[in-house]
Design a protein around this ligand. Structure first.
Ligand SMILES: [Zn+2]
Length: 279
């Protein structure tokens, strides 16, 4: 039997939200409730369950409900998913998960320091049974049945450091930690004014994102030449995790983003003939 997991001890992280610009203290705490629950300590300990029907995707993925929002869940969720942690109390005193260095590595370190604790509660795995493709304005996201968890991603940007990048990986925890988690958020300097006018990227800086001007990266050396597509894979893992189960399937995205990622999750929830539980 596969078991649900929590962590052995509390961990604390603190930093600025990339979109809100607000400094947030974040506590990850052991929980035996069998689900991921967020608690806004700045709003009278208001609780929000992680619910795939209550998420919105724009430049990040947010949980919305009870008149409040928790932004930029995806990097933390990707780490929890790859470690198999599905029972956790997440307390924060602001509207957004801190960006930290723009990658998922600080969350990996936090979970490694807390330790993964099995809960003796049964966990099901979901296996994709037949292929499907969702398309949206030149972007696509397909899934296919395979025996492991595989992601392929391709992106195209008219920028000298990106052009076309593609990567396909069969993912396990070790591969995630070394190949995907360190890849940072990226953004284009020329997009900053329009993002800020929409109330986004207020906390974005050279310390928490790869910022690209016309010629190169203002934030210094890349962690991988194809750091950009690796980060897209990180975002997709975080968004797919909202389905709520470990996944056996190949997910193949082209020029996608949070909205299309979430559309795929909702498609799977609405069309159970495309998958089955495997115990
Ligand atoms: Zn991201």
């Amino acid at each position: 039997m596969k078991e649900k997991n929590t962590i052995y001890k509390e961990v604390f992280l603190s930093g600025v939200g990339i979109h809100s610009g607000k400094k947030v203290d974040l506590f990850l705490r052991p929980s035996s409730r069998g689900e991921i629950i967020f608690c806004r300590s700045d709003l009278g300990n208001l609780e929000l369950r992680l619910d795939p029907r209550k998420v919105e995707g724009d430049r990040s993925t947010s949980l919305v409900g009870k008149g409040c929002k928790i932004q930029t869940l995806e990097h933390l969720l990707a780490v929890l998913f790859m470690f198999g942690i599905d029972s956790l109390a997440i307390e924060l005193n602001g509207p957004e998960i801190p960006a930290l260095d723009g990658s998922a590595s600080p969350f990996v370190q936090a979970i490694l320091s807390a330790g993964v604790k099995p809960l003796r509660q049964e966990k099901k795995t979901v296996k994709i049974l037949k292929p499907f493709t969702l398309e949206e304005e030149g972007a696509s996201l397909s899934f296919f049945p395979v025996s492991g968890f595989q992601i392929s991603y391709s992106i195209e940007y008219d920028h000298p450091l990106i052009q076309r990048q593609e990567l396909s990986l069969e993912l396990d925890l070790e591969g995630f930690i070394t190949q995907i988690a360190p890849a940072r958020t990226f953004g284009f300097l020329e997009d900053v004014p329009s993002l800020r006018s929409r109330g986004l990227a207020a906390g974005g800086s050279l310390d928490n994102a790869v910022v690209l001007d016309k010629k190169g990266a203002m934030s210094g050396a890349l962690r991988y030449p194809d750091e950009f597509v690796r980060h897209k894979i990180l975002d997709l893992i975080g968004d797919l995790s909202l389905f709520g189960f470990p996944l056996l399937g190949h997910f193949k995205a082209h020029k996608a983003g949070h909205q299309l990622h979430l559309k795929a999750v909702h498609f799977l929830l609405d069309n159970p003939e495309y998958w089955t539980y495997e115990k």
